[in-house]
Design a protein around this ligand. Structure first.
Ligand code: ZN
Length: 382
C-alpha cells in the first residue's frame, strides 16, 4: 500500500514537472536565503531594523505612453521637487510603446526619473497576457528594452523594471524573461493578505507566500528577479485597490480635502507600521482630469517632502536599499543619485506604415528614423 502511494506520488510529481517544465520552488528558509541576492517573502524589515530607523520609501508611478499632453502634468507637479534631504525625488514611468514620444522619455530620464517597461503592444484582451509564454514575453519586454534604449537614446542598463499591462500576471513566463533579459524587478503583483504589515520586496529562489489575485502566479524557482509587491490601498469602505484611480468607494472628485485625507490615511498604514514601501500608482489622466484631486496630490507630496524620514525614490532604488539595508541616519547622509546626461538628436519620422493596423504613424525619437513603424517582432522598425 505504501509502495503504491509512493509510486503515485512520483507519477504526480512527474506530471506536474512536465506541465511546468520547471522544478517547483521549495519552501523558503531565511537561514539559507540571505541578502543581497536572496530574500524570502516576509513582512520583516530588511536588516532587522526597527521601524524608526527605517527610511519610509514612497513609490510614485505613472503608466502607459508618454507624450506632449501628459508631460505638462509631470513638468508642473513633479519636476524640481526635492525630498527633505535635498535630493531630487524619484518617480518611475512604466512606458508602453504605442503613441510614446521618445524625446519626452529622454527628457524624463534626464530629470533623474526612472524609465521602466510596460510592453510594446499593451494589447487586449487581458487573457493574452495571462496566457503569454516565454517567447511572447521576450518579444514584448526583452525587445522593448532594446527599443526604448535605441529610440530614447538612454543606456540599456538603466532599464530595470517591468509592469504587466492590466496588472495581469503570467505565471513563470514573465520572470523567466526577466532573468534572461537582465531585468531587476517586477511591480505587477498585488497583495491584500500582506497589506498591514506590508510585504517587503523578495526574490523567487524559493516559493512565495504571497496571495495570487490575478493568476497565474509563478510557481518555479527563478533566481535573479525581485518581486516588488503592490501593497493594496483600502478604499473608504475597506475594499482593496491597486491603483489610486481604481479605488471603488472614494471621495467625491471635487472634494480636495477628502482626497488629501484619503492619501494620508493610506500612507499612515505604512509610516506607522513596518515602513514597507508605500506605492502611489496612478495614471496621469486621473490627475489632469480632476483639478481637486490634483491639488490634493500636490499637497500630499508637499507633506511627504517635509518629513525627514520619508523619501520619494525611483523603484529600483528600493531594491538597492533592500539588498543593503542601511539605517535611516546613514541613508540620509548618502550623496544624491547622479545620472550622466543622455543626448537627444531629435528627429520626427513619418509617415511610417505599420504591420498591425492600416494606419500610418509619426514618431518623435532621438535616433535615426526607422523604415517602418516598430512593432512586435521588429522592435527597431528595420
Ligand atoms: Zn497600462
Amino acid at each position: 500500500m505504501k509502495l503504491i502511494t509512493l509510486i503515485l506520488a512520483i507519477a504526480v510529481a512527474f506530471v506536474v514537472a512536465d506541465e511546468e517544465e520547471l522544478p517547483l520552488a521549495e519552501a523558503c528558509d531565511p537561514e539559507v536565503c540571505k541578502l543581497p541576492d536572496c530574500r524570502c517573502s516576509l513582512t520583516g524589515i530588511p536588516g532587522d531594523l526597527l521601524p524608526r530607523n527605517t527610511p519610509q520609501f514612497v513609490l510614485l508611478t505613472f503608466d502607459d505612453g508618454v507624450n506632449i499632453q501628459n508631460i505638462e502634468t509631470y513638468r508642473a507637479t513633479i519636476f524640481h521637487r526635492k525630498n527633505k534631504n535635498e535630493c531630487p525625488i524619484g518617480v518611475t514611468f512604466f512606458v508602453s510603446h504605442e503613441y510614446t514620444n521618445y524625446q519626452i522619455v529622454n527628457e524624463l530620464y534626464n530629470q533623474g526619473f526612472e524609465i521602466a517597461l510596460h510592453s510594446i503592444t499593451h494589447q487586449i484582451p487581458q487573457t493574452y497576457w495571462a496566457e503569454a509564454d516565454y517567447e511572447v514575453m521576450m518579444r514584448e519586454f526583452g525587445d522593448q528594452k532594446t527599443q526604448m534604449s535605441h529610440f530614447a537614446n538612454i543606456p540599456s542598463d538603466a532599464l530595470k523594471g517591468v509592469r504587466m499591462p492590466f496588472l495581469q500576471m503570467s505565471g513563470n513566463a514573465s520572470f523567466q524573461m526577466m532573468a534572461s533579459a537582465d531585468l531587476t524587478y517586477d511591480l505587477t503583483w498585488p497583495t491584500t493578505r500582506y497589506q498591514d504589515p506590508g510585504l517587503w520586496p523578495y526574490t523567487l529562489d524559493y516559493a512565495s507566500s504571497q496571495d495570487c489575485i490575478t493568476p497565474p502566479c509563478p510557481s518555479a524557482s527563478i533566481p535573479g528577479p525581485w518581486v516588488l509587491p503592490i501593497i493594496t490601498w483600502s478604499d473608504l469602505e475597506g475594499r482593496a485597490c491597486s491603483f489610486v484611480d481604481a479605488c471603488f468607494s472614494r471621495p467625491d472628485l471635487n472634494d480636495e480635502e477628502g482626497w488629501f485625507r484619503f492619501f494620508v490615511t493610506n500612507f499612515e498604514r505604512h509610516y506607522f507600521g513596518n515602513r514597507s514601501p508605500f506605492g502611489f500608482y496612478v495614471h496621469e489622466w486621473f490627475i489632469s482630469w480632476n483639478p481637486a484631486v490634483r491639488r490634493a496630490f500636490v499637497r500630499f507630496m508637499d507633506l511627504l517632502n517635509n518629513l525627514h524620514d520619508v523619501f520619494m525614490v525611483n523603484a529600483n532604488e528600493v531594491i538597492d536599499w533592500v539588498k543593503d539595508p542601511i539605517p535611516l541616519d546613514e541613508y540620509k547622509r548618502k550623496p544624491c543619485r547622479q545620472i550622466p546626461r543622455a543626448q537627444c538628436a531629435a528627429r520626427s519620422c513619418g509617415p511610417l506604415t505599420s504591420s498591425h493596423t492600416e494606419m500610418s504613424y509619426w514618431m518623435q525619437i532621438c535616433n535615426v528614423c526607422p523604415r517602418v513603424y516598430p512593432w512586435l517582432g521588429n522592435p527597431l522598425g528595420q
